[in-house]
Design a protein around this ligand. Structure first.
Ligand code: AMP
Ligand code: MN
Ligand code: MN
Ligand code: MN
Length: 278
């Protein structure tokens, strides 16, 4: 049976493999297709597609957007996104800029905590990347301020910590509209990570469906079989298609592999075929 992975990250955001290495690895793992879904960027797509041609694997262009709805933080993946949409590129530029401003504020806050890391150091250590807290944590560890990346999140840069600064994002409505206007497919990624009650998860699903959501990520690395079944039931109830992927980031998420997640993940090729029927 042919398997796929519709949720992956490369070095264009916070993954550790280059787009080419990621696609080559997917070919080694005998996946039939992958979607590259870096955070807030399409920068890796061109390279990934070229590698796809070389290694004989389908590469779907995508991006993962962070959105906030009444204090609930959600991730929406756009699949089949064109690289030449003026609207998408303008919004991605806005998000990159918002992130830059936020990162600078966070570095200032860290300095007040006695942690000296600079934007230049981050850019040198992680060239051509979307710099995220994951990179800050890595540099803090490298410079000996913390013993582990988790410690960096627990003590300094986690959502409730002193150095944390909220980053501007689009609303789920804007995000879904942006994806759909460009002819893409909008997927609610890892819905169970929102930790909502059954009632609130259904309510959120209904709201997103109202905005035009197409699919929900039923196959995901951290899902148990009953989680997958649960998300499938919700999909059916709300008339949504299924999507699935590992959320592979390379070596920064140890134990989480491309295609197979923590070992049990399997996303069948039909999932992609159904998403393409538009
Ligand atoms: P940002 O987009 O800059 O807010 O950073 C978010 C990234 O940081 C995520 O994509 C994760 O890779 C990483 N991250 C967020 N929270 C944690 C955590 N508690 N422990 C480790 N990594 C985290
Ligand atoms: Mn990430
Ligand atoms: Mn996510
Ligand atoms: Mn992701």
């Amino acid at each position: 049976m042919k398997n796929i992975d519709l949720h992956t990250h490369s070095r264009a955001s916070d993954g550790t493999l280059s787009p080419t290495e990621l696609v080559e690895y997917a070919a080694q793992k005998r996946l039939a297709a992958i979607a590259l879904t870096d955070h807030d960027t399409l920068d890796g797509i061109k390279e990934a597609k070229a590698a796809g041609e070389r290694f004989g694997i389908r590469v779907i262009s995508g991006a993962e957007f962070s959105a906030v709805y009444e204090n609930i933080s959600l991730h929406i993946i756009g699949l089949f996104l064109p690289e030449d949409s003026a609207e998408i590129n303008e919004r991605l530029a806005y998000l990159k800029n918002a992130r830059l401003t936020r990162n600078e504020k966070m570095l200032k806050n860290l300095a007040e905590e006695g942690i000296d890391i600079t934007m230049e150091e981050l850019k040198t250590a992680f060239p051509d990347r979307i710099i995220s807290r994951a990179h800050m944590a890595q540099l803090m560890q490298q410079k000996g301020y913390v013993g582990s990346k988790n410690e960096a999140f627990d003590r300094y840069i986690g959502d409730r910590c002193r150095a944390y600064v909220h980053k501007e994002s689009l609303t789920p409505q804007e995000t879904i509209r942006l994806i759909k206007n460009a002819g893409g497919v909008a997927v609610w990624a890892h819905p169970l990570l929102c930790k909502l009650s059954d009632k609130n998860l259904k309510k959120m699903t209904g709201i997103l469906k109202g905005y035009g959501l197409d699919a929900i990520e039923a196959y995901y690395s951290s899902h148990t079989p009953s989680d997958t079944k649960y998300v499938k039931t919700i999909a059916q109830q709300y008339g949504l298609k299924l999507s699935g992927g590992s959320d592979f980031h390379g070596s920064i998420k140890p134990g989480l592999d491309l295609g197979t997640g923590y070992g049990k993940l399997e996303v069948p090729y039909e999932v992609l075929e159904r998403l393409e029927m538009r």
